[in-house]
Design a protein around this ligand. Sequence first.
Ligand code: GLU
Length: 289
Amino acid sequence: MAIPEVEVITRFAPSPTGLLHLGHLYSAHLAHQLALSTQGQFLVRFEDIDETRTRDTFYQAIEEDLEWAGLHAPKPFLRQRDRLAAYDLALDKLKELGVIYPCFCTRREIQNELTQLAHAPHGSDGPHYPQICHGMSDSQINQKLAEGRTPSWRLDARKAGAIVGALSFHDHYHGKITVQPELLGDLILARKDIGTSYHIAVVVDDAYQGISDVVRGRDLLDSTHIHRLLQVLLELPEPRYHHHPLVTDDTGVRLAKRHAARSLQSLRSKQGLTPQQALELALRQQEYS
Ligand code: GLU
């Protein structure tokens, strides 16, 4: 492998909303290996912007699991909850660029609109937002604000794409990928309740932490189209991407937090597995190789 010019800095970015499972172990292991094999750094970051879903016990459990697995990273781990001001700045910049717009829709309004549409475009996350609030006039917006309604902020995917122009990224597993700005539609970049989103937080923090290589599951590949767009708009550096295969359960369904029996905690305390055995199990249960 060619020696990279910049120091390799990788990260594992779990959300403390549940226990780590074999899929997390595999992902963290790959990120750790890549850093170690190049004398780089491996970092851990808690993606905890959604306070309603995080639990204190999961921060602790994740730290313990990583210790057990020998995946050491400098402490304290960055917590996205401490970074909200940086995400606000990024959002302000997107507002200035005119590539996001306020949306006052409730879920029900969106659902009603979608049922009326014969052919709503779909992305991997379901039907695209039917652009109800797209193109609202300033006076319409001001009226809603005067009524005390808080908007979420949505990406104007088409406009953002036009500003950015042709864009692609290289993925270690998937090769060259052409960015499709409208792949996920006008998705939410700032949630009404928390004022930000995974997409903003992840690009801002990958830049802040100097991440050279983003290693994560291929379920996030579609999100990377949006991340590349945001990186260009926010003038952030482009990391290299490694969207690895996912780990599945015995029936081939990809692991999720509900698979309690595949949690690292259960594998080590109930089934007595060593980290190496757990990793071998993860390797055997990949969706494809
Ligand atoms: N927090 C995400 C997860 O737990 C990972 C996001 C990322 O690596 O960009 O799946």
